[in-house]
Write a protein that binds this ligand. Structure first.
Ligand code: SAM
Length: 315
């Protein structure tokens, strides 16, 4: 099944995300006769076939939902083989690299394929992703998943050390993305991979020391517009509240004579007089909506460094 197809009903061989709870989502590939265990009890694959995506399914001890995979849901449920990029950073990468349908992209390393799935949705159906991974099993597993998810036409997975052997793509890509421990070692090769009209590059690194070395190398190789950013998603909880109406109608500012005598800087006194309504004990309340930052703010993942290569500096 293609992640990009707008399929309505679950079929044999499809990947379905079993939504058990907001922090519990299981990806399953539907096979006749198979059963999957969830905390709400067994889910028979035969019961999934033919059901509409989005259906709420009764299990022995609760409900689950059958969700159609998207890159965002895949990022939340994929089997982790490495650290991965999450949607907050991914959305900035796609936007800043100027990716669109038809773009040609080089990526290293593939890792668990979290970013790759989002790139593949963006560049389909005519673009291409060249993704490189020097860990053999990871590259094989990623290739398998891309095929299973219907991306075979749009992706080439290469098992290679891009720092040692380079991308070996001569002036073919619009953008390069690096998620490597030593990205500065393959900047020259990334530059050679870019189309004659130039393009954009992004490097993701958790440490500022890595960022500094990458920026130095980008600058040395004539990349311009070098910008490093950190994306932190902040959730706000909407609250409806009411407060006693306090009116600061008469504010009388006078100079404190004692403070003046002590030749200290003048101290201002504020006399706050309650409004007439407050004096009458009128309990008019002020209703308002506020946005309170949630305390579970996600922490640091890494820095994104973007840069541009102009056609004048491609060689
Ligand atoms: N961005 C990926 C994702 O969202 O799933 C995660 C990438 S993971 C953090 C980094 C990957 O780079 C690892 O799988 C590692 O094996 C690979 N890697 C490290 N150095 C490499 C190199 N020189 N050439 C190719 N792959 C490399």
């Amino acid at each position: 099944m293609s992640f990009n197809a707008n399929k309505h009903n679950v079929g044999c061989g499809d990947t379905v995300l079993l939504y058990v709870g907001y922090d519990n989502m299981l990806p399953v590939v539907v096979e006749k006769g198979k059963t999957h265990q969830t905390k709400f009890g067994a889910v028979k694959h035969d019961d999934l076939i033919g059901k509409q995506f989005g259906t709420r399914l009764q299990c022995p001890r609760g409900w689950i939902y059958l969700l159609r995979p998207t890159p965002e849901l895949w990022t939340l449920s994929l089997p982790h083989r490495t650290q991965i990029l999450y949607t907050t950073d991914i959305s900035m990468v796609i936007f800043q690299l100027d990716l669109r349908p038809g773009s040609i992209v080089a990526e290293a390393g593939t890792g668990s394929g979290s970013l790759s799935h989002a790139i593949l949705r963006t560049i389909a159906p005519k673009g291409h992703l060249h993704t490189f991974e020097f860990h053999k099993e990871r590259s094989e597993k990623a290739r398998e998943e891309f095929h299973l998810h219907g991306h075979a036409q749009c992706v080439t997975v290469t098992h290679r050390d891009v720092c040692g052997e380079g991308f070996q793509l001569e002036h073919t890509v619009d953008a390069v993305f690096l998620d490597l421990p030593k990205p500065w070692e393959c900047i020259l090769s990334a530059k050679r991979a870019m189309k004659k009209q130039g393009g954009r590059i992004c490097s993701f690194s958790p440490c500022i020391e890595q960022v500094q070395r990458t920026c130095e190398e980008l600058s040395a190789k004539k990349f311009t517009d070098i910008v490093t950013m950190e994306c932190l998603a902040r959730h706000f909880n909407l609250q409806y509240a009411k407060l006693q109406n306090v009116s600061f109608k008469t504010i009388d500012e006078t100079i404190d004579p004692q403070a003046e005598a002590d030749s200290e800087p003048p101290v201002k006194k504020a006399n706050v007089t309650p409004s007439s309504r407050d004096r009458r004990g009128d309990s008019d309340m002020h209703h308002f909506t506020s946005a309170v930052p949630a305390i579970n703010m996600p922490g640091h993942t890494g820095f994104l460094t973007f840069a541009t290569l102009t056609s004048n500096d491609v060689n």
